[in-house]
Design a protein around this ligand. Sequence first.
Ligand code: GTB
Length: 229
Amino acid sequence: MRNWSSRIVPTIPTITAFERSLDRGQGLARDMPVRWALEEVGQPYDVRLVSFSAMKEATHRALHPFGQIPTYEEGDLALFESGAIVFHIAEHNAGLLPNDAIARACAITWMFAALSTVEPVIVQREVSMYLEHDKSWHEERLLIVEDRIRSRLDDLSARLGNGEWLDRAFSAGDLLMVQVLRRLSRSGILDDYPNLIAYVARGEARPAFKRAFDAQLAVFTGKSASQLE
Ligand code: GTB
């Protein structure tokens, strides 16, 4: 029986990431938003790299029921789901969620919007590109999926307008939204949305993003982040 009254004892968290980068160090895997959130709040962290086979073993599945990365361990606490991990980091540290209750609820809403309204259509495109490219209906389906993405981007772009961030200050909502939009970087689809391109660039220009990016790139190149400079 779980002890629901337990408290989180702060320790240096350990996250998991792919031992071999699938995206060749582009920082698109889901350890990236977790690293970025930890860097934003100035929380040092350890990384345990896992192989594909290790991810499917019982030891890792005890942390992540679906045998994936990332996971997050902090004392007795073990989390999976990048959004939940970023939320946990944002809840327990200053810098990623406003203190004002209404502004905080709005920022959390953008976290959900990134992961449950914008990202799914982008993932549909990736599935179509990687798993359905040899099907006779691939081109037709791709057009439909890209239309759906554009519909989401039209609305997001209209809402962002000339704003720097989705609400007043940078938040965990922006962190997740920027990370989700980065998945479109090579698609050309963002080209029609100069304000979204500038928004992603603003996110990527943050020192915390750069530190997180370099750390995940170092796993791919085998060079430490300081050797990359
Ligand atoms: N909903 C979960 C979360 O947000 O944490 C999804 C976790 C997830 O998809 N993890 C992937 C994984 O472990 C790694 S990020 N896959 C192994 C498996 O399922 O067996 C996947 C990823 C890689 C590359 C890109 N990219 O290039 O855009 C995006 C996402």
